[in-house]
Design a protein around this ligand. Sequence first.
Ligand SMILES: Nc1ncnc2c1ncn2[C@@H]1O[C@H](COP(=O)(O)OP(=O)(O)OP(=O)(O)O)[C@@H](O)[C@H]1O
Ligand SMILES: [Mg+2]
Length: 363
Amino acid sequence: MSMKTDNTMPVNKKTTIQRSFLDWIGSFGSEDIGVDLGTSNIVVYVKNKGLVFPEASIVAVKESTGEVMAYGLKAAEMEGRTPAGIKIVYPVHAGAIVDYHSAAYLLNSIINQSYLKGMFFHPRLLMCAPIGISHVQKRALLEAAVAIGARKTVLIEQPLAAVMGLGVKTKDREGTFIIDAGGGATKMSIVSRHGVVSSDYSLQSGGFMDEAIINMVMEKYHVHIGRNAAEMLKIALGAMWDVDHNAQVCEVCGISAVSGLPTKIVVTGENVARALNPILYQIFSKVIAVMQTTPPAILEDIRRTGVMLIGGVAQLKGFSELLGQVIDMPIHVADHPAYVNAVGAGSALEYMDYFRDSLQDLH
Ligand SMILES: Nc1ncnc2c1ncn2[C@@H]1O[C@H](COP(=O)(O)OP(=O)(O)OP(=O)(O)O)[C@@H](O)[C@H]1O
Ligand SMILES: [Mg+2]
């Protein structure tokens, strides 16, 4: 034990000196950056500057060489029409990095986008980490930060970032119930002034909804549609039919399963809502399960204050209404719900000097 300590001491010393030297150089030009690396979108907040336009968490890679051909929105637009030899990669799955190289590439490209270029020299990163991710997944997040030259990286639990992003004063409340409905997972957390009290997640999410719509359109209309078209139907029609039973329709293009030719179809809101219904109710049952594990005093307060709904899917038509009916509580959809975590990470940058480097905690 002591041998090991002695052996590592000089290395540790050197690292400390290097860090402070980088800190000194960094103070002339670098910025602190808050990052929410999600399954669908990566959102970045730069200290003193604000939100950077979010990008899709997608890269298009040449299969033979591994060379990245496009990232973000450009890669998303290639989806379903990639030339032979190019594959679409989703570096994040359910909030956890599954392709470390693509994730690092994505992060680096966004931070070094033309209008930010040259602004950063070994930045300090504060990254949102979904609650309950494994040691290996945490390491993947940190390694993506190291790969872009971050001199310090801090992981902050996503619900805590959300509380900051929402501007909730936790000291005035027993608890805050946050539901983050994203592209890869729906996270439910109850946060008190002492931290996260209970939490759970469901893999039922925006991405699942798109898949369910693709399957429904094939079954009912015998037409194959891509993910982008399915997402468009989801956003246009949502689960509103379940709430008001008003007939709404939306036109979409796909490939006929009968003729193999491109075709246009008119999809009804009723069919989309019916496809989304089982997913929503699985999410709601998880929400109820989290409420059942919450201490009564906190739950009482939450019944009064209601649920804060964040994440892109918070905007799904009919979602907040149905959730409110099922759990019989007020539901508040945040403004710009998909950016709340990144804004919270941005607010937490103020305390960057006080946080420990999360890499040290992993060793
Ligand atoms: N107006 C809308 N109506 C319904 N869904 C929407 C709307 N806008 C965005 N979405 C969906 O929100 C999802 C993306 O949300 P968000 O950016 O919060 O996910 P993420 O943070 O990348 O994912 P995760 O947190 O699960 O890792 C996508 O599935 C997208 O289709
Ligand atoms: Mg998210």
